[in-house]
Design a protein around this ligand. Structure first.
Ligand code: C5P
Length: 215
């Protein structure tokens, strides 16, 4: 039976890096589910779709193809903000459900399992995941990480603006009616505020190895 590692957490908490490294370590397939929402965000911006029109946005979501997830434009601040806005719609989340669920259940030939990271993996997409992690860090530390990342993409931003956007996005992700961001009841919490990437990875890896060895 294929294994699933579910990783949820706040924006810029380091969950994506951890998820990617865990997938490589265990030989599991990896899906960054935020990219699905970002891909819908990019399509919505390109087509000037109203961010309040859940039905139209779900129509865009239903057409997302795997190749679109590699588009470097998905990394931009504008696309991330659009993703967070359209992710509140139940119709959009429903349209992206099967893609994520199928990936978790059938990660593909040669993979012994799957790692998915997002906001609702342990709570909605894969409630029966073998390992559930919830990654967080203090907002100021996350804002600084994201600020450096956006600078590296050549975006013209200030730390204050990034911190304000992050607070707005956290609030929206945590307070929406459908699939709000929260740790699953049986998730293991990991705060990366004072941890290097390597130290955070070591903790997550040890935890996952222990749990998977008992299955
Ligand atoms: O993880 P990432 O920052 O790429 O996600 C962009 C936005 O997509 C998040 O702010 C969140 O609103 C939404 N998202 C979600 N559920 C997921 C993954 C992302 O609602 N599983």
């Amino acid at each position: 039976m294929s294994k699933v590692i579910a990783i949820d957490g706040t924006f810029a908490s380091g969950k994506g890096t951890l998820a990617k490294r865990l997938a490589a370590h265990f030989g599991f397939a990896y899906l960054d589910t935020g990219k699905l929402y970002r891909a819908v965000g990019l399509r919505a911006l390109q087509t000037h779709t109203d961010m309040g029109d859940g039905k139209a946005l779900a129509g865009l979501a239903a057409k997302i193809k795997p190749a679109e997830l590699d588009n470097p434009e998905l990394k931009s601040g504008a696309v991330a903000a659009a993703a967070s806005k359209l992710a509140v719609h139940t119709e959009v989340r429903a349209a992206l459900f099967d893609y994520q669920r199928n990936f978790a259940l059938k990660p593909g030939k040669g993979f012994k399992g799957a790692v998915l990271d997002g906001r609702d993996i342990g709570t909605v997409i894969s409630p029966d995941a073998d390992v559930k992690l919830y990654i967080d860090a203090q907002p100021q530390v996350r804002a600084e990480r994201r600020y450096k990342e956006l600078l590296s993409y050549g975006e013209n931003v200030t730390l204050e603006k990034v911190a304000a956007d992050l607070a707005e996005r956290d609030h929206r992700d945590q307070n929406r009616d459908t699939a709000p961001l929260k740790p699953a009841a049986n998730a293991h919490l990991l705060d990366t505020t004072n941890l290097s990437i390597d130290a955070a990875f070591d903790r997550a890896k040890t935890l996952a190895e222990t749990i998977l060895s008992q299955k």
